[in-house]
Design a binder for this molecule. Structure first.
Ligand code: GLC
Length: 730
């Protein structure tokens, strides 16, 4: 397709409509008023004629009003109508938020980060891409790579946690999995989001003010996006939040200055839902004209579900407020995306509804999902009760998440609770129905106070050898618009837990959560605590395999778990202070210390237990001096011995500290990790490489430089590992 020629033939309105994204209800004759369940955004005020909708450059929300994914045949019908009813027969792009699975749901991204397994990440994304592309989807509005330190923010479930090294690795693997090498068969284009800094809302309140320094943005919050873009992410989504006083969608410094000029990104930028119009609500635009101009001048190419460009572009061009080349650039980035996807040659790509249906929750995909879940589950506590013995006489599966299909997680796209294997199902599959019993004990909801089901659960606990207690959040208590001021278990669940522990000492707690939770109660009284996150469709089978030792747990925490919400935000790679706390066990005057809580978290970043035991040797280096200015490197090695009774995997982590910098430096930073399998009784040597660029940071002038001097290098099994070796950059 000769895109330059096509562009020349298009009217201004056509170009502006290519820069407009609508949702499928417009094409399905579904009259959505503002008062319907789906009524989000200002679509009833879009001012479009019916004939205009066929000019829209892209279409989102590929679902019906129950949330079920539309069949490929319906998307084909819509595509055909767009091609036939538009003057230049330009195909549209079908986009969908595919965050952790399309119909076969795998663990939430925060759980995938806990796996520290980039191969599993890539495999899961490829699986989702195959299901979605067969069902007519062209682009996933993901991955979400917002780094966050805020357990109160519900959207931490969608991202990869608090660390840029782990987050960048997962971002790269996600892009590779969705896109493959060349957006070929069964692949999806991507839209990395939410650029940028969305994960740092004050007080953990979604959509709230983000007020961080440019250095903090560049040091911590940008690397994941940069990794995704360097891995070939095709488009970027502008976030709702402000940076440095300007909402990202209208922020020329961030979108044009950093993303395009500094990083050289030349793909389309798509606004978040109605984010262009929200510039008025932010109070940086007095009317829709100003909002549209701010967005266009910031190079936000596509507005999602508003028509500020469509309604005003001809006037902007005539009045010289927007140049034709600006509009052509924006429109061309959309057309080039369609060219990359091959839509001009084949507007339907891999669409094949019959094959799509065969792929949904097929055995192969279930196995991919289950293996990912087993890799992501984190063993937080175990006094030896786990793994359970297969000869166990009886197991009581108790709690609001014991036999509950809503363990898919937020943003589960086309996930179907009817496909989900609950914990009860999984244990029945493993042990047989005659040994497994269940009782809910209480409702899932925070406000719940109804204790009427607790006695029955207690009676069941008394009769069974072991209790698997399934507690935590509902899947909608994390995700978008799900911030919390209290990250403890609901009082009713704490009550149930206490009563069950009185009735049976053999309590294994399974936690279902989309965020770090303050679970000191579980940690104190359960014999074992297992973080399941939201594991997706194969939840129960993964739970059974972990509980009975078919799979030895190997997950590690991608976010720090606070003792209480008062510690939030709490994260491992924090700067030092002039008055660090000396002792968590007593009050420390004139030090950076709470008087009513330890400073230390309940569980640190990178923490996770196994059924076997791993012993780390002291790290050692091939040389202690790293020469700056060239491609010198130091190899760091460490022996890892499996001294326990089981074969197992361990996530070996390497942390570095710059002892003195021209600006304050973190007390330690993850600079590498390797997940290794070690047979029981054997040992391996794990090695990492350190180069000058690994030591670089943003100095007072915001130049990214390494500075000569001393560094400490730790290697261990979590962010509190203590054995280190010293090196020097000269
Ligand atoms: C939502 C989310 C964003 C999503 C978009 C389209 O508001 O912020 O993550 O991609 O709308 O569904």
């Amino acid at each position: 397709m000769d895109l330059e020629k096509l562009l020349k033939e298009m009217t201004v309105f056509e170009k502006a409509m290519q820069c407009t994204q609508l949702i499928t209800c417009f094409y399905r004759g579904v009259k959505l008023e503002d008062n319907t369940a789906n009524a989000i955004g200002p679509y009833t005020k879009l001012g479009l004629k019916q004939s205009d909708i066929y000019l829209a450059g892209s279409v989102n929300f590929l679902c019906d009003d129950t949330g079920a994914m539309l069949p490929a045949t319906e998307l084909e019908r819509i595509q055909k109508s767009c091609i036939e009813n538009s003057p230049h027969h330009i195909p549209t792009i079908f986009m969908q938020d595919i965050i952790h699975g399309y119909v076969t749901v795998y663990p939430i991204p925060l759980a995938m980060a806990a796996s520290f397994n980039t191969d599993a990440m890539e495999e899961c994304c490829a699986m989702a891409a195959k299901e979605a592309s067969l069902n007519g989807v062209h682009l996933t509005i993901g991955p979400m790579v917002d780094l966050s330190r805020e357990a109160r923010w519900g959207r931490v479930c969608e991202g990869f946690g608090e660390d840029p090294c782990l987050g960048s690795a997962m971002a790269r693997a996600s892009i590779k999995g969705f896109q493959g090498d060349d957006l070929g068969k069964y692949r999806l284009a991507t839209c990395v989001k939410h650029f940028c800094g969305y994960g740092a809302p004050e007080a953990g309140l979604d959509y709230n003010v983000v007020d961080i320094s440019e250095r903090t943005l560049k040091e911590y919050y940008l690397p994941n996006y940069k990794a995704a873009i360097d891995a070939g992410a095709t488009t970027v989504m502008s976030a709702f939040n402000v940076f440095d006083g300007m909402p990202i969608t209208g922020n020329e410094h961030v979108l044009k200055g950093i993303l395009r000029d500094e990083w050289g990104f030349d793909g389309a930028v798509i606004s978040d839902y109605a984010a262009c119009l929200e510039l008025l609500t932010h109070g940086v635009a007095k009317d829709e004209i100003e909002a549209a101009l701010l967005s266009m001048n910031a190079t936000c190419d596509v507005e999602m579900m508003t028509t500020l460009y469509a309604q005003n572009m001809e006037k902007f061009i005539n009045e010289g407020k927007i140049s034709m080349s600006q509009l052509d650039d924006a429109c061309m980035r959309v057309l080039k995306l369609k060219e990359k996807l091959g839509l001009f040659e084949n507007p339907y790509r891999d669409s094949d509804y019959e094959r799509a249906k065969e792929s949904f929750c097929c055995e192969e995909h279930r196995e991919i999902s289950r293996k990912a879940a087993e890799e992501s589950i984190v063993l937080l506590k175990n006094d030896g009760i786990l793994p359970l013995n297969k000869d166990v006489s009886s197991v009581a599966v108790i709690g609001p998440l014991a036999h509950y299909g809503r363990i898919l997680g937020a943003w589960n796209c086309g996930g179907r609770e009817s496909d989900a294997v609950t914990v009860y199902d999984g244990l029945c599959n493993y042990l047989g129905k005659d040994k497994v019993f269940t009782s809910r004990g209480c409702d899932i909801y925070y406000a719940g106070t109804d204790e009427s089901e607790i006695p029955a659960a207690v009676e069941l606990a008394k009769k069974c050898e072991v209790v698997v207690l399934c507690v935590g959040e509902d899947q909608d208590d994390s995700g978008e618009s799900a911030s919390k001021s209290n990250i403890s278990l609901p009082d009713i669940q704490k009550k149930l837990f206490r009563e069950i522990c009185k009735a049976n000492k053999n309590v294994v707690a399974l936690l279902f959560n989309g965020r770090p939770m303050a679970i000191e109660d579980l940690d104190a009284d359960a014999r074992a605590v297992v973080d399941m996150w939201f594991p997706g469709t194969e939840c129960g089978n993964a739970a059974a395999n972990i509980l009975f030792g078919e799979t030895v747990p190997s997950g590690k925490l991608p976010m720090t778990f606070p003792r209480n919400v008062g510690q939030c935000p709490i994260y491992y790679n924090h700067y030092g202070t002039g008055r660090p706390r000396e002792d968590d066990s007593r009050r420390c005057w004139c030090q950076s210390a709470y008087i009513d809580s330890p400073n230390a978290p309940l569980y640190p970043f990178g923490y996770g237990l196994s059924y076997t035991e791993f012993a780390y040797g002291k790290p050692y280096v091939d040389k202690t001096v790293l020469q700056s200015g060239g491609d010198d490197c130091i190899t760091v090695r460490c022996e890892l011995a499996n001294t326990g009774k089981y074969d197992g995997k361990e996530v070996v982590q390497m942390y570095v500290r710059d002892m003195v910098g021209s600006v304050v430096r973190p007390v330690r930073e993850l600079k590498g990790f390797k997940k290794v399998f070690v047979k029981r009784g054997e040992k391996v040597t794990v090695s990492f490489t350190i180069r000058e660029e690994d030591l670089a940071f943003y100095n007072a002038k915001l130049e990214k430089r390494a500075e000569k001097g001393a560094f400490r290098v730790w290697v261990g099994g979590d962010s509190t590992c203590s054995e280190y070796v010293e090196i020097e950059l000269v």
